[in-house]
Design a protein around this ligand. Structure first.
Ligand code: M6R
Length: 614
């Protein structure tokens, strides 16, 4: 989603901004821009599309650009107004002396705009952000102090925002503030950075301050001052970031997505180290701070998440109920937050998020926290806003995921859910020792099994080619692989734009079967176990309607040859762990179809890696 970078110091700012924006561009965006404090004015440069267009735009202004040492930059994922140059950030006030970049959504911008237009402000764009530029500028006209103007303006804003502002009359200064959107200040030697995420400046400094809601930071080359909204100064709490600068390299793969799919065996190995030693030793989850008694007293678990993380949560529900006999509800965060939900001190609330920044999930977590529930966060970003709300944290340690389509973070979330469910089952004594031992032993073998799938991926690639000309695609499964069907369909939709849907196979006959004919591929996730025969019957029903049948299976049953046009075989695995194995070929099918169709695999249209608006 949108990204912010700002810098003030002694060094030329242009490359610092462009490089910082480049580090954020994997998050997804559709236009970009920078504002530079130059000799006698602030200059703004913007472009539609990718950052290379902004670089081209800048190339004809070489001289003035090299002088500037203070600036702010932005990549925009359009919310209000099309992704055009006019709507791209930075936005300016009427006289062009004040510039602003913004992540988030200002919910009362229409009211603000009406008030400001009545005072004579002329708007150029369709964005909510421009209203903030005019608002701060109009206050500045009276108080003549940028920090104070931002403090006063922020009191009038509703919604979510991370803002960075410069004013031509206060050279060398950036003012930054936030509410419900991340903003971090990087501290260098006689220089400061400000960004919506750490990768934007991590190669320059590991010392940082995380702004909290409503704080206002004023940065110059030599000074950093943080105040609350009422001008009370707040001590600067510097943290050492637990990050190494990572070169975002594809390591020879054509796309980050393919590289990240191939990293999955090691991701599982890394998670298991220190947590699952042998099949006879208990699970170690030091980060779970629930006491044994609280765990035993829990009467309910509520899991909230979005997108791929929601699918991991659905598998989580299945296994926690199965292993621990605790009722579990799963809900999309965006639905959860706008109804009366019932959680209390006996409910464990689990938030699942790759980024740890997803606005819907963050809001849901805050709501539950205020009702006294213990909050457990499963995230790939232990430094994120969600992690900061956590009572217990389960870091999934998948490493930075660049491709917008989540793959390795999903496998990492699933693995973490299995560990958590086993950990709780051991404490509650709800599983037989032999079942625990068998499952742990199979978990330790998962990385090699995924490696086997990856070593024979040509068959999956062939399958993808064969079905790449389709407009629609149906995935069916039952039981704990129903979320796998949803995830396979989501992956395909996201990166190939094919209309793919996942169904619980038993539901097919209640409506979706009407769509089946000889043009429709139906992929059946046919893993051996309790629902295998049932799913086979559902597949027969689809075959009888002439659908193009594909099986993803760990069965060697010969009768599958007659029923299916294409069979993808995966290594044998116990039914309870099968979601971790079954999803890998589905990720590859989605990847190869999108790649074959020539789509922008890593940065699909309209999508963002971190969705920081509700
Ligand atoms: O960072 P989160 O896990 O909270 O993100 C949730 C969804 O936005 C995310 O999973 C999205 O669906 C991905 N693009 C899936 O590939």
């Amino acid at each position: 989603m949108c990204g912010i970078v700002g810098y003030t110091g002694k060094r030329p700012v242009v490359d610092i901004l462009l490089d910082g924006l480049e580090q954020l561009e994997y998050r997804g965006y559709d236009s970009s821009g920078i504002a530079l404090k130059c000799a006698d004015s602030i200059k703004v440069y913007k472009a539609e599309g990718k950052l290379k267009n902004l670089r081209e735009e800048l190339s004809s202004h070489a001289y003035e650009l090299t002088k500037s040492v203070t600036g702010i930059g932005h990549i925009r994922w359009a919310t209000h107004g099309a992704p055009t140059v006019v709507n791209a950030h930075p936005h300016t006030c009427g006289c062009g002396k004040l510039v602003i970049v913004h992540n988030g959504i200002i919910e009362n911008y229409k009211e603000l705009k009406t008030e400001l237009e009545a005072k004579g402000c002329k708007f150029k764009s369709q964005t909510d952000t421009e209203a903030v530029a005019h608002l701060i500028a109009s206050i500045y006209g009276e108080v003549k102090d940028l920090t104070k103007s931002v403090q006063l303006a922020a009191k009038k804003l509703e919604g979510a925002y991370a803002l960075c502002i410069m004013h031509n009359d206060e050279p060398g200064k950036i003012v930054a503030t936030k509410r419900n959107a991340p903003l971090i200040i990087g501290i260098g030697e006689n220089e400061f950075y400000v960004a919506s995420d750490v990768p934007a400046f991590i190669k320059h400094t590991k010392k940082a301050v995380y702004l909290t809601d409503n704080q206002v930071a004023t940065l110059t080359a030599e000074t950093l001052k943080i105040e609350d909204e009422n001008e009370n100064e707040i001590p600067v709490k510097v943290e050492q970031l637990p990050w190494e600068p990572v070169a975002l390299s594809k390591m020879g793969y054509k796309h980050f997505m393919l590289k990240e799919i191939h990293e999955q065996p090691d991701v599982i190995r890394n998670i298991l180290v220190g947590k699952l030693h042998t099949c006879d030793s208990p699970i170690v989850l030091d980060e779970v701070k629930l006491t044994r008694q609280t765990l035993k007293d829990l009467n309910r678990i509520q899991i909230i998440a979005c997108g791929t993380s929601l699918h991991a949560a659905m598998v989580g529900k299945y296994i926690i109920e199965n292993f621990c006999s605790i009722p579990v509800d799963v809900e999309a965060s965006s639905e959860y937050i706008y109804r009366k939900t019932v959680t209390d001190a006996h409910t464990l609330v689990i938030g699942v998020s790759q980024s740890g920044e997803t606005a819907d999930t963050l809001t849901a977590i805050k709501q539950s926290k205020s009702r006294g529930s213990h909050i457990l966060i499963i995230t790939n970003r232990p430094d994120s806003a969600m992690a900061r709300e956590a009572d217990s944290l389960v870091p999934v340690s998948a490493g930075i995921e660049v491709s917008v389509a989540a793959t390795k973070s999903y496998i990492a979330q699933l693995t973490s859910f299995y560990l958590l469910a086993l950990y709780m089952a051991e404490i509650k004594g709800t599983m037989a020792q032999s079942d625990l031992t068998n499952l742990k032993s199979e978990m330790l073998a998962l990385p090699q099994k995924i490696e086997q799938i990856l070593a024979h991926k040509e068959n999956i690639q062939k399958c993808a080619r064969k079905y790449s000309n389709t407009r629609d695609f149906i995935y069916i499964a039952r039981g704990l692989n129903y979320p796998t069907a949803l995830e396979g369909a989501l992956k395909l939709k996201e990166i190939s734009y094919i209309n793919a849907t996942g169904y619980p196979a038993g539901e097919l006959k209640h409506g979706p079967i009407a769509m089946l004919d000889e043009t429709m591929p139906v992929l059946s996730i046919l893993m051996k176990g309790t629902v295998y025969e049932k799913l086979l019957s559902n597949s027969e029903e689809a075959k009888a309607r002439n659908a193009r049948m594909i099986a993803l299976t760990n069965s060697t049953d010969e009768k599958l040859q007659d029923l299916f046009d294409y069979i993808i075989t995966v290594p044998d695995v116990t039914e309870l762990l099968s979601p971790i194995i079954a999803v890998v070929p589905l990720q590859l099918i989605a990847y190869y179809i999108a790649e074959f169709l020539g789509k922008d695999v890593d940065q699909p249209r309209n999508l963002a890696k971190s969705v920081t608006v509700e």
